[in-house]
Design a protein around this ligand. Structure first.
Ligand code: DGJ
Length: 508
């Protein structure tokens, strides 16, 4: 029998942060996402579990496709998903199934054959009238119902088979939704819906959140005189096509998520293929997907989707994190670059934005000696301390960008961060996290940077260490190593992720 709902993994607010609670404790997914085809074969997955463990991951993100779950309509096969749960469990990992249903990177390539081949029952999106795409249109009622039914069957099965062990903790619904090739769908169903009025629900949401809306939506609405009602074109002017698509795709995804949550309500998220540069137009990136400028629309349209999640392949990792941590959206990164920078980015996302997940894509291609492994090991060992400081305003992330020095106030002092070497392709950039455990006590973890402690304006001018220690955490407990004095009397982290504790004092 499944356990009572209270024990199911869930999200809770803590200060400004949102924590993912698993078995009663805050949990940060130090994860990796496997390549698209890996989890379609349990034999192929076998060595990958060991790799995830060797990299000190605590969670695997792996596709579960509609096609393999329901090869014939109404006939479900759960052997693959059971094998994934078993594989994860045997390796002490949690699992995040990625539901590849109607959408996979805007396409319906993972829909079952009986969906793909029946264009009368499951019509396609059209980039101009009559020109079909490889994607089922989001305006197809039958597809939404069928997808939701399959997803509900999956979640019911997970509840029945894993509702006590909680190997599955979170689920992604669909993958990188949106339409490519045009800003909006032009199939007959879509054309009819485009003439409708903007739903009253979205209009009220805009009114209620008008000060906090993303600039794109705020600006578009302002250009039409902030109309209280009207058609999509009348209310949203230049961005009408994209808002229209975002609303209807989010509605579709929400129905799928709701059907799954009705069976087993673990937190669910939707991931985004991001706008690649400011010059891109909707359709050049997936129009209607949960890109940051459409987050308000998604929030309103998809209440069963708890998190909107960025797939971060862009160079400015920190900027994307900031966009997606906006408006109380928990930062969950299901895909990120797997190059060396991942070893620093993991610290930054967790330290600066209380991220609940960091997952490089293609973890099965990451060598076990990748520096990410050491970052994950260190972060795991510190997890109780990190959890205690989430949302407190006393934890920050550090990430080397263009500037070689950064200053910030934290605890009772001003901190000057310097990076060990200029940022270089193929090398781990400087990155880490700093916790002010007290006004005069700091925990500094990461790689490739040093911290100098300066007085705050108006404070006594001299600042010095009372104690500077190296050591490590074991299950959240500090295990003291060397006391650093004399020639080692500086808080500097080298090429291998490490942790230091410093106690300070100041005098006139
Ligand atoms: C983003 C998608 O979400 C993934 O499934 C995968 O296709 C990667 N792109 C490949 O880079």
């Amino acid at each position: 029998m499944a356990e009572p709902l209270g024990n199911i993994p869930h999200l809770v607010k803590r200060g400004k942060a949102t924590q993912l609670v698993v078995e009663g404790k805050p949990f940060v997914m130090l994860a990796g996402e496997v390549h698209n085809s890996s989890s379609s074969s349990l034999a192929y997955m076998e060595p990958i579990w060991d790799r995830l463990s060797a990299l000190h991951c605590n969670t695997a993100l792996a596709p579960v496709s509609w096609e393999l779950l329901e090869p014939r309509e109404g006939q479900f096969r759960f052997d693959l998903v059971d094998g994934l749960v078993k594989g994860a469990r045997e390796h002490g990992l949690r699992l995040v199934p990625l539901w590849f249903g109607t959408w996979k990177n805007t396409w319906s390539s993972y829909a079952p054959g009986w969906v793909k081949t029946d264009l009368a029952r499951f019509p396609r999106a059209q980039i101009e009238p009559g020109k079909n795409r490889g994607a089922v249109t989001c305006f197809c009622e039958a597809a939404c119902e069928a997808d939701a039914r399959a997803f509900a069957a999956l979640m019911r099965h997970i509840r029945d088979s894993d509702g006590e062990a909680h190997t599955v903790i979170v689920v992604q619904v669909e993958n990188e939704t949106g339409l490519l090739g045009a800003a909006r769908d032009h199939c007959a169903l879509a054309e009819a819906r485009f003439k409708e009025k903007v739903p009253a629900e979205l209009m009220s949401y805009l009114q209620e959140h008008k000060e906090a809306l993303h600039t794109t939506v705020r600006w578009a609405w302002a250009t039409t005189g902030r109309k209280a009602s009207g058609t999509w074109q009348q209310v949203f002017g230049e961005v009408a096509d994209e808002v229209f698509m975002a609303w209807h795709i989010a509605r579709y995804v929400d129905r799928v998520a709701a059907a799954g949550r009705a069976e087993y309500p673990v937190p669910m998220f939707a991931n985004a293929w991001l706008v690649q540069n400011e010059g891109q137009k909707p359709g050049e990136y997936p129009s209607g997907g949960p890109v940051s400028r459409m987050m308000d629309v998604w929030r309103c349209a998809a209440p069963h989707v708890a998190v909107l999640a960025p797939d971060i392949y862009l160079a400015d990792f920190a900027a994307v994190c900031a966009e997606y941590a906006r408006g109380g959206n928990p930062l969950l990164i299901p895909e990120a670059r797997r190059s060396e920078e991942a070893a620093a980015n993991a610290f930054y996302a967790v330290g600066q934005h209380d991220a609940i997940c960091f997952a490089p894509f293609g973890i099965d291609g990451v060598p076990v000696e990748h520096p990410l492994g050491r970052s994950y090991e260190l972060l795991s060992s510190m997890m109780p301390i990190i959890a205690e400081h989430q949302g407190s305003g006393r934890m920050i992330g550090i990430l080397q960008r263009d500037k070689e020095a950064q200053e910030t106030d934290l605890g009772g002092y001003r901190l000057r961060i310097r990076f060990r070497a200029p940022r270089q392709e193929g090398k781990v950039p400087g990155g880490g996290l700093i916790i002010a455990a007290a006004d005069d006590e700091y925990i500094v973890a990461g790689v490739g940077f040093s911290v100098e402690f300066l007085p705050r304006p108006g404070g006594p001018p001299n600042v010095d260490f009372l104690a500077l220690d190296e050591g490590e955490y074991r299950d959240g407990q500090w295990v003291q190593g060397r006391r650093l004095n004399g020639d080692e009397y500086a808080l500097a982290l080298g090429d291998r992720p490490a942790v230091r504790r410093a106690k300070l004092y100041s005098y006139a």
